[in-house]
Design a protein around this ligand. Sequence first.
Ligand code: PLP
Length: 400
Amino acid sequence: MAKKNIRKTNPVAKYKVRYVNPQKQYQDHKKEFLKTVDGVFSRGDLIMRKDLEDFEKKIAGMVGVKHAIGVNSGTDALSLSMEAAGIKEGDEVIVSGYTVMMSVSAIVHQKATPVLVDCQSDYNIDPGEIEKAITPKTKAIEVVHMHGRVCDMDRIMEIAKNHKLIVIEDAARALGAKYKTENGQWKMAGSFGLSGCFSMYPFKVLGAFGDAGAITTNDDETARKLRMLRYNGEDRETRVFYAHGRTALMDNLQAALLNVKIKYFPGWLARRRQIAKVYHKGLAGIDGVSIPKFEDSRYKDCWQNYGIRAQRRDELVDYLDKNGIEVLTEWKIPAHRQPVMMPNNISLPVTESICAESVLLPMYPELNDSQIEYVCKTLRRFYDCVPGITRVAGKKISRR
Ligand SMILES: *Cc1c(COP(=O)(O)O)cnc(C)c1O
């Protein structure tokens, strides 16, 4: 995601197709949002009020779990989940190397050791690599449902069961994503592990007007701990402190605004899936580009991102930019190569090759079809004239 680098204001409208466009969504529902803000401010309902409770019920219902706990970010959702699960110094937690740093930081916050393993071509953690990384110190697996696709949870839950490991889901990008289990049951991201961690960062599938997040769980004791940890460690009913907690509550205002957005969420999800299909069609058969796989009927993605792998990635990104298309490169430097992770001798070949080629295209429900077609057309034009990918007898040969 485009993270929190401070800018004076939104860059001028240099782009024909922005990577994200929160203004459009605001304009589309302005009256309702402003009425909601006015209601919250007029009632003085700022902290831990009914809007938050309603939001939690809605999220729990959507994910199909007993509890949802509103917190102030996806990162805190992960950190508090690690803490509630009892992850501590000396423990190892296996996590996918193809992820945002925050997935890793949550483990480090507990003074535990993150063990980064490689991902598969669908950007998700490779279950075979999880098995190889297990040691007597392994306590948990943190799966990251990347770009809105659920990980291979049948295999991962099996591994966790065999080795008595806790599973924590980084579902920051996966609200609404589904996975069909071996017994034919569809389950939502965030309903498999001990807890599921969501981000409502503005540009996630369900984004607030600022930082926000949520944790889902079926475990009563975990829910009780999380409710204390997010609010200074105090049991709010007895006013007794059982932990050194944080101030990590979701604002009631954000919850109220999210409750408005949740009404539109099913329609937005459907539109994202439609957009993915338009991209899929428009980008099929370009030599030098590989698009996400669609054929696997076990997955129903929520399409947080439409990620492609592109040869000559950096040139392509420049070309798109010059043609008014804003995209995101994730990640120029993989997590395990970042200064904060040094020194290490970790080698993650699949992660590294994805990071050298990955481009995330504009993806939000407010995109219109002609914008998507313009993106596809521009991409195709780049590969039609790029030097090094040469046409031979009507067929393009890549000379990489
Ligand atoms: C966005 C994101 C996070 C962090 O969420 P914040 O709300 O920004 O703290 C964690 N993991 C993944 C995979 C994310 O995409």
